[in-house]
Design a protein. Structure first.
Length: 237
């Protein structure tokens, strides 16, 4: 890897971390409460390795096969996040490699993971994906649907429901996302109350390269950043 690429990655990572810190200050939060997940879907493997060298320990992939493949090539102590749509037939191979699945978008997938979880030493750790914006192009539970199946989910012991995830509408103005993120936090608070403390739902995964600062201001504990980390770099053809 050239020194130019290494320097660019270092600068990009510093810039993103500075923006996380600034957003946390505005929200009266500690930066330690926010996990930066590097979305590596379109990144060259050497770029990913350099981010690891720079201290990033949380990596996100949207394709199960690529996650499993890359996890085999990098240190075992990294935390891999499955952030894309997960088909049930891909789940069994994925579970040994993944620390957190962000995209559990249906009761059918949840039930399948629960069944697989009965065979594992540690239950799968998941986030429930909620389609807060109501866009037909997005996956995830409808808010009303989630509340209707919530009592059933909270009785399951073979899956750990760590929190919720959502995606805001694509827009050049990050403020468009604020209402969606705020609604997810409110939804989390309601579900937490209904579970009478059994599911604290500590994690909120919301915010990507274009709107992660708004996500943090509205309570995100996990932000998923890709293009900001690899800005200025061109993948090989």
């Amino acid at each position: 890897m050239s020194e130019e690429i290494r320097s660019r990655l270092d600068q990009n990572l510093r810039a993103v971390r500075e923006r996380i810190t600034s957003a946390c200050q505005r929200a009266n939060r500690s930066p330690e409460t926010v996990t930066l997940v590097a979305v590596t879907k379109y990144a060259e493997m050497e770029w990913v390795q350099e981010l690891v060298n720079l201290g990033l320990a949380d990596l996100g992939e949207s394709r199960p096969q690529q996650l499993v493949s890359r996890a085999k090539q990098l240190p075992e102590n990294l935390r891999w996040h499955m952030i894309g749509h997960l088909q049930r037939n891909k789940a069994e191979d994925l579970l040994p490699k993944v620390s957190l699945i962000h995209s559990v978008d249906s009761l059918r997938l949840f039930s399948h993971l629960a069944k697989l979880g009965t065979t594992l030493t540690h239950p799968p750790r998941i986030l429930l994906e909620v389609n807060v914006s109501g866009e037909t192009s997005k996956d995830g539970f409808d808010v009303q649907e989630l509340f209707s199946v919530w009592p059933q989910m909270t009785t399951c012991e073979s899956v750990q429901i760590a929190g919720l995830m959502t995606m805001a509408p694509l827009d050049d103005n990050p403020e468009v996302a604020r209402g969606v993120f705020r609604r997810l936090r409110e939804c989390r608070d309601q579900l937490r109350t209904e579970s009478a403390g059994r599911c604290p739902l500590n994690e909120l995964s919301m915010g990507m390269s274009g709107d992660f600062e708004v996500g943090i201001e509205e309570g995100a504990t996990i932000v998923r950043v890709g293009s900001r980390l690899f800005e200025g770099l061109t993948p090989r053809q």
